[in-house]
Design a binder for this molecule. Structure first.
Ligand SMILES: Cc1cc2nc3c(=O)[nH]c(=O)nc-3n(C[C@H](O)[C@H](O)[C@H](O)COP(=O)(O)OP(=O)(O)OC[C@H]3O[C@@H](n4cnc5c(N)ncnc54)[C@H](O)[C@@H]3O)c2cc1C
Ligand code: FES
Length: 280
Protein backbone atom coordinates (compact mmCIF):
# COMPACT_ATOMS: atom_id res chain seq x y z
CA UNK A 1 0.00 0.00 0.00
CA UNK A 2 1.37 3.46 -0.89
CA UNK A 3 0.92 6.02 1.87
CA UNK A 4 0.27 9.59 0.91
CA UNK A 5 2.90 12.05 2.09
CA UNK A 6 1.07 14.16 4.71
CA UNK A 7 3.28 17.17 3.91
CA UNK A 8 2.28 17.13 0.25
CA UNK A 9 0.87 20.50 -0.77
CA UNK A 10 -1.17 21.24 -3.87
CA UNK A 11 -0.88 24.37 -5.93
CA UNK A 12 -4.19 26.21 -5.71
CA UNK A 13 -5.40 29.59 -6.84
CA UNK A 14 -7.38 32.38 -5.19
CA UNK A 15 -10.42 32.63 -7.45
CA UNK A 16 -11.97 35.63 -5.77
CA UNK A 17 -12.04 37.52 -2.52
CA UNK A 18 -14.79 39.15 -0.49
CA UNK A 19 -14.18 41.99 1.94
CA UNK A 20 -15.70 41.34 5.36
CA UNK A 21 -14.12 44.25 7.28
CA UNK A 22 -11.19 46.56 6.41
CA UNK A 23 -8.64 43.97 7.63
CA UNK A 24 -10.53 40.69 7.03
CA UNK A 25 -11.32 39.00 3.74
CA UNK A 26 -12.88 35.73 2.69
CA UNK A 27 -10.74 33.94 0.10
CA UNK A 28 -12.33 31.49 -2.34
CA UNK A 29 -9.53 29.08 -3.18
CA UNK A 30 -9.78 26.45 -5.87
CA UNK A 31 -7.96 23.13 -6.06
CA UNK A 32 -6.53 22.04 -9.38
CA UNK A 33 -8.76 19.98 -11.65
CA UNK A 34 -8.70 16.29 -10.65
CA UNK A 35 -7.51 16.98 -7.09
CA UNK A 36 -8.44 14.25 -4.63
CA UNK A 37 -8.56 16.64 -1.71
CA UNK A 38 -12.18 17.68 -1.78
CA UNK A 39 -13.45 14.13 -2.21
CA UNK A 40 -12.87 13.47 1.50
CA UNK A 41 -15.37 15.55 3.43
CA UNK A 42 -13.67 18.30 5.40
CA UNK A 43 -14.86 18.48 8.98
CA UNK A 44 -15.96 21.83 10.42
CA UNK A 45 -13.20 23.13 12.69
CA UNK A 46 -10.32 21.43 10.84
CA UNK A 47 -7.57 23.57 9.32
CA UNK A 48 -5.26 23.70 6.33
CA UNK A 49 -1.74 25.11 6.00
CA UNK A 50 -1.52 27.79 3.31
CA UNK A 51 1.82 28.94 2.02
CA UNK A 52 2.85 31.73 -0.28
CA UNK A 53 6.16 30.94 -1.94
CA UNK A 54 8.99 33.07 -0.63
CA UNK A 55 6.83 34.51 2.16
CA UNK A 56 5.78 31.78 4.58
CA UNK A 57 3.12 29.37 5.71
CA UNK A 58 0.32 29.60 8.30
CA UNK A 59 -2.71 27.60 9.48
CA UNK A 60 -6.25 28.72 8.63
CA UNK A 61 -9.70 27.22 9.24
CA UNK A 62 -12.34 26.53 6.65
CA UNK A 63 -15.31 28.85 6.67
CA UNK A 64 -17.07 26.85 3.90
CA UNK A 65 -16.37 24.48 1.03
CA UNK A 66 -18.01 23.26 -2.12
CA UNK A 67 -17.17 19.69 -3.17
CA UNK A 68 -18.66 20.06 -6.65
CA UNK A 69 -16.62 23.12 -7.52
CA UNK A 70 -13.50 22.00 -5.61
CA UNK A 71 -13.44 25.41 -3.94
CA UNK A 72 -13.10 26.18 -0.27
CA UNK A 73 -13.48 29.43 1.62
CA UNK A 74 -11.24 30.65 4.37
CA UNK A 75 -11.73 33.95 6.17
CA UNK A 76 -8.51 35.62 7.18
CA UNK A 77 -7.59 38.61 9.30
CA UNK A 78 -4.48 40.46 8.18
CA UNK A 79 -1.92 40.36 10.97
CA UNK A 80 1.50 39.50 9.54
CA UNK A 81 3.59 38.31 6.59
CA UNK A 82 1.43 35.63 4.95
CA UNK A 83 -1.90 37.30 5.63
CA UNK A 84 -0.83 40.75 4.39
CA UNK A 85 0.60 39.21 1.21
CA UNK A 86 -2.68 37.37 0.59
CA UNK A 87 -4.66 40.57 1.08
CA UNK A 88 -2.35 42.67 -1.10
CA UNK A 89 -2.15 40.20 -4.00
CA UNK A 90 -5.71 38.82 -3.78
CA UNK A 91 -7.40 37.29 -6.80
CA UNK A 92 -5.20 35.21 -9.10
CA UNK A 93 -2.52 34.64 -6.45
CA UNK A 94 -1.17 31.06 -6.43
CA UNK A 95 -0.88 29.43 -3.02
CA UNK A 96 0.22 26.01 -1.78
CA UNK A 97 -2.29 24.20 0.39
CA UNK A 98 -1.82 21.09 2.53
CA UNK A 99 -4.20 19.33 4.91
CA UNK A 100 -6.95 19.17 6.11
CA UNK A 101 -5.52 18.52 9.55
CA UNK A 102 -6.69 18.19 13.12
CA UNK A 103 -9.78 17.35 15.10
CA UNK A 104 -12.79 19.50 14.32
CA UNK A 105 -16.03 20.29 16.13
CA UNK A 106 -17.93 17.34 17.71
CA UNK A 107 -20.73 17.16 15.15
CA UNK A 108 -21.46 13.48 15.90
CA UNK A 109 -21.70 14.05 19.66
CA UNK A 110 -23.92 17.07 18.96
CA UNK A 111 -26.57 15.01 17.13
CA UNK A 112 -29.97 15.35 18.80
CA UNK A 113 -28.69 17.94 21.27
CA UNK A 114 -29.07 21.71 21.58
CA UNK A 115 -26.05 23.63 20.29
CA UNK A 116 -24.74 26.85 21.79
CA UNK A 117 -22.09 28.71 19.77
CA UNK A 118 -20.08 31.47 21.46
CA UNK A 119 -17.72 33.35 19.15
CA UNK A 120 -15.54 36.43 19.37
CA UNK A 121 -14.06 38.31 16.40
CA UNK A 122 -12.39 36.08 13.79
CA UNK A 123 -13.46 33.11 16.00
CA UNK A 124 -16.75 32.96 14.10
CA UNK A 125 -14.86 31.77 10.95
CA UNK A 126 -14.33 28.12 12.02
CA UNK A 127 -17.87 28.04 13.43
CA UNK A 128 -19.61 29.15 10.22
CA UNK A 129 -19.48 25.60 8.74
CA UNK A 130 -21.15 24.31 11.93
CA UNK A 131 -24.03 26.75 11.43
CA UNK A 132 -24.33 25.71 7.78
CA UNK A 133 -24.18 22.00 8.57
CA UNK A 134 -26.92 22.35 11.20
CA UNK A 135 -29.05 24.36 8.74
CA UNK A 136 -28.64 21.65 6.08
CA UNK A 137 -29.41 18.80 8.48
CA UNK A 138 -31.92 20.63 10.63
CA UNK A 139 -33.69 17.58 12.04
CA UNK A 140 -30.48 15.98 13.28
CA UNK A 141 -29.85 18.65 15.92
CA UNK A 142 -31.81 20.43 18.66
CA UNK A 143 -32.01 24.20 19.00
CA UNK A 144 -29.18 26.40 17.73
CA UNK A 145 -28.18 29.56 19.56
CA UNK A 146 -25.33 31.76 18.34
CA UNK A 147 -23.76 34.40 20.58
CA UNK A 148 -21.33 36.52 18.60
CA UNK A 149 -19.31 39.53 19.70
CA UNK A 150 -16.91 41.93 17.98
CA UNK A 151 -15.18 45.19 18.85
CA UNK A 152 -17.60 47.45 16.95
CA UNK A 153 -20.56 46.86 14.59
CA UNK A 154 -18.18 47.32 11.62
CA UNK A 155 -16.00 44.45 12.88
CA UNK A 156 -18.76 41.81 12.71
CA UNK A 157 -17.89 39.21 10.07
CA UNK A 158 -20.46 37.53 7.76
CA UNK A 159 -22.98 40.34 8.42
CA UNK A 160 -24.75 39.52 5.16
CA UNK A 161 -25.41 35.97 6.41
CA UNK A 162 -27.15 37.07 9.63
CA UNK A 163 -30.67 37.10 8.17
CA UNK A 164 -30.31 33.58 6.79
CA UNK A 165 -28.93 32.37 10.15
CA UNK A 166 -31.94 33.92 11.90
CA UNK A 167 -34.25 32.10 9.47
CA UNK A 168 -32.91 28.66 10.42
CA UNK A 169 -35.80 26.97 12.27
CA UNK A 170 -35.37 27.01 16.06
CA UNK A 171 -32.27 29.20 15.87
CA UNK A 172 -31.33 32.49 17.54
CA UNK A 173 -28.52 34.92 16.85
CA UNK A 174 -27.54 37.33 19.64
CA UNK A 175 -24.99 39.99 18.75
CA UNK A 176 -22.89 42.22 20.94
CA UNK A 177 -20.12 44.77 20.46
CA UNK A 178 -17.58 46.22 22.88
CA UNK A 179 -18.36 49.78 21.82
CA UNK A 180 -20.31 51.79 19.25
CA UNK A 181 -18.51 54.69 17.55
CA UNK A 182 -20.26 58.08 17.72
CA UNK A 183 -22.92 58.48 15.06
CA UNK A 184 -23.24 54.76 14.31
CA UNK A 185 -26.63 53.07 14.74
CA UNK A 186 -26.77 49.93 16.86
CA UNK A 187 -29.87 48.55 18.58
CA UNK A 188 -28.37 45.37 20.04
CA UNK A 189 -26.27 44.50 23.06
CA UNK A 190 -23.16 46.41 24.09
CA UNK A 191 -20.66 44.54 26.28
CA UNK A 192 -18.40 41.51 26.18
CA UNK A 193 -19.89 38.29 24.78
CA UNK A 194 -20.53 36.85 28.27
CA UNK A 195 -23.05 39.66 28.92
CA UNK A 196 -25.33 37.78 26.48
CA UNK A 197 -25.58 34.83 28.90
CA UNK A 198 -28.48 36.58 30.71
CA UNK A 199 -30.42 36.71 27.44
CA UNK A 200 -29.77 33.24 26.04
CA UNK A 201 -32.24 30.38 26.26
CA UNK A 202 -29.94 27.32 25.95
CA UNK A 203 -29.93 25.30 29.16
CA UNK A 204 -27.14 23.02 30.36
CA UNK A 205 -29.22 19.84 30.02
CA UNK A 206 -28.52 17.90 26.85
CA UNK A 207 -26.67 20.71 25.12
CA UNK A 208 -23.20 21.12 23.70
CA UNK A 209 -21.17 24.34 23.56
CA UNK A 210 -18.67 25.30 20.85
CA UNK A 211 -16.58 28.40 21.45
CA UNK A 212 -13.79 30.15 19.55
CA UNK A 213 -12.17 33.53 20.05
CA UNK A 214 -9.30 35.08 21.98
CA UNK A 215 -8.13 32.73 24.74
CA UNK A 216 -9.01 35.27 27.43
CA UNK A 217 -12.57 35.41 26.07
CA UNK A 218 -12.83 31.59 26.14
CA UNK A 219 -11.59 31.60 29.74
CA UNK A 220 -14.51 33.78 30.85
CA UNK A 221 -16.97 31.91 28.60
CA UNK A 222 -15.95 28.62 30.25
CA UNK A 223 -16.06 30.13 33.73
CA UNK A 224 -19.53 31.60 33.19
CA UNK A 225 -21.04 28.50 31.59
CA UNK A 226 -19.57 26.11 34.16
CA UNK A 227 -21.08 28.30 36.91
CA UNK A 228 -24.45 27.96 35.13
CA UNK A 229 -24.22 24.16 35.25
CA UNK A 230 -22.75 23.28 31.82
CA UNK A 231 -20.43 20.26 32.09
CA UNK A 232 -16.68 20.42 31.21
CA UNK A 233 -17.11 17.49 28.78
CA UNK A 234 -19.84 19.37 26.87
CA UNK A 235 -17.82 22.55 26.41
CA UNK A 236 -15.55 22.56 23.30
CA UNK A 237 -12.90 25.20 22.61
CA UNK A 238 -10.77 25.81 19.53
CA UNK A 239 -7.21 26.75 20.48
CA UNK A 240 -4.72 28.77 18.48
CA UNK A 241 -0.97 28.14 18.67
CA UNK A 242 1.90 28.91 16.32
CA UNK A 243 2.36 25.93 14.00
CA UNK A 244 5.05 24.66 11.64
CA UNK A 245 4.45 21.03 10.61
CA UNK A 246 0.71 20.70 11.35
CA UNK A 247 1.11 16.97 12.02
CA UNK A 248 2.58 16.55 15.52
CA UNK A 249 6.24 16.34 14.44
CA UNK A 250 7.89 19.66 15.31
CA UNK A 251 6.53 20.45 18.78
CA UNK A 252 5.75 24.12 18.03
CA UNK A 253 2.12 23.83 19.09
CA UNK A 254 2.64 21.52 22.05
CA UNK A 255 0.88 22.16 25.38
CA UNK A 256 2.07 19.54 27.86
CA UNK A 257 1.28 16.16 26.27
CA UNK A 258 -1.15 17.63 23.72
CA UNK A 259 -0.40 18.75 20.19
CA UNK A 260 -2.86 21.43 19.12
CA UNK A 261 -2.37 20.48 15.45
CA UNK A 262 -3.13 16.76 15.94
CA UNK A 263 -5.19 16.45 19.14
CA UNK A 264 -7.03 19.74 18.47
CA UNK A 265 -7.44 22.49 17.53
CA UNK A 266 -10.84 21.65 19.07
CA UNK A 267 -10.68 20.24 22.61
CA UNK A 268 -13.30 19.49 25.23
CA UNK A 269 -12.63 21.64 28.29
CA UNK A 270 -12.33 18.46 30.35
CA UNK A 271 -9.12 17.57 28.41
CA UNK A 272 -7.53 20.98 28.95
CA UNK A 273 -7.86 21.42 32.68
CA UNK A 274 -4.50 21.37 34.40
CA UNK A 275 -2.38 21.75 31.22
CA UNK A 276 0.48 24.30 31.44
CA UNK A 277 0.62 27.71 29.67
CA UNK A 278 -3.10 27.96 29.07
CA UNK A 279 -5.34 30.83 30.01
CA UNK A 280 -8.56 28.80 29.84
C1 LIG B 1 -5.75 25.91 13.89
C2 LIG B 1 -5.65 27.38 13.53
C3 LIG B 1 -6.62 27.92 12.70
C4 LIG B 1 -6.54 29.28 12.35
N1 LIG B 1 -7.52 29.80 11.56
C5 LIG B 1 -7.46 31.10 11.21
C6 LIG B 1 -8.47 31.66 10.36
O1 LIG B 1 -9.39 30.98 9.91
N2 LIG B 1 -8.37 32.97 10.04
C7 LIG B 1 -7.35 33.76 10.53
O2 LIG B 1 -7.32 34.96 10.21
N3 LIG B 1 -6.37 33.26 11.32
C8 LIG B 1 -6.41 31.96 11.67
N4 LIG B 1 -5.43 31.44 12.46
C9 LIG B 1 -4.34 32.32 12.91
C10 LIG B 1 -3.24 32.48 11.85
O3 LIG B 1 -2.66 31.23 11.55
C11 LIG B 1 -2.15 33.42 12.40
O4 LIG B 1 -2.70 34.72 12.56
C12 LIG B 1 -0.89 33.46 11.53
O5 LIG B 1 0.18 33.81 12.36
C13 LIG B 1 -0.94 34.45 10.40
O6 LIG B 1 0.26 34.36 9.68
P1 LIG B 1 1.11 35.64 9.19
O7 LIG B 1 2.31 35.13 8.49
O8 LIG B 1 0.22 36.58 8.45
O9 LIG B 1 1.44 36.32 10.55
P2 LIG B 1 2.88 36.36 11.28
O10 LIG B 1 3.86 37.10 10.44
O11 LIG B 1 3.20 35.00 11.74
O12 LIG B 1 2.48 37.30 12.51
C14 LIG B 1 1.28 37.09 13.26
C15 LIG B 1 1.37 37.79 14.60
O13 LIG B 1 2.19 37.02 15.45
C16 LIG B 1 3.30 37.80 15.87
N5 LIG B 1 4.45 36.91 15.82
C17 LIG B 1 5.25 36.65 14.75
N6 LIG B 1 6.20 35.76 15.08
C18 LIG B 1 5.99 35.42 16.38
C19 LIG B 1 6.61 34.52 17.29
N7 LIG B 1 7.68 33.76 16.95
N8 LIG B 1 6.09 34.39 18.54
C20 LIG B 1 5.02 35.12 18.91
N9 LIG B 1 4.38 36.00 18.09
C21 LIG B 1 4.87 36.14 16.85
C22 LIG B 1 3.40 38.95 14.91
O14 LIG B 1 3.95 40.08 15.55
C23 LIG B 1 1.95 39.17 14.53
O15 LIG B 1 1.28 39.95 15.51
C24 LIG B 1 -5.48 30.09 12.84
C25 LIG B 1 -4.51 29.53 13.67
C26 LIG B 1 -4.60 28.19 14.01
C27 LIG B 1 -3.56 27.60 14.90
S1 FES C 1 2.69 22.21 14.45
FE1 FES C 1 4.34 20.82 14.59
S2 FES C 1 3.77 19.66 16.32
FE2 FES C 1 2.00 20.85 15.95
Amino acid sequence: MRLENPYLAEECVIKRTKRQTPDTYTYFISYPRGSKKLRTPFKPGQFIMISVLGVGEAPFSFSAWDDEEAIFETTIRTVGNVTSTLMRRGEGQRVWVRGPYGRGWPMEEARGRDILIVAGGIGIAPLKPVIELVAKNRRSYGSLEILYGAKTPDDLLFADEFNSWREIPDADLLLTVDSVPNGMEWDQNVGVVTTLFDKMRTEPNDSIVMTCGPEIMMKFVAKGLLAMGFQPKDLYLSLERRMKCGIAQCGHCQIGPKFVCRDGPVFPYSELRGLPDLLV
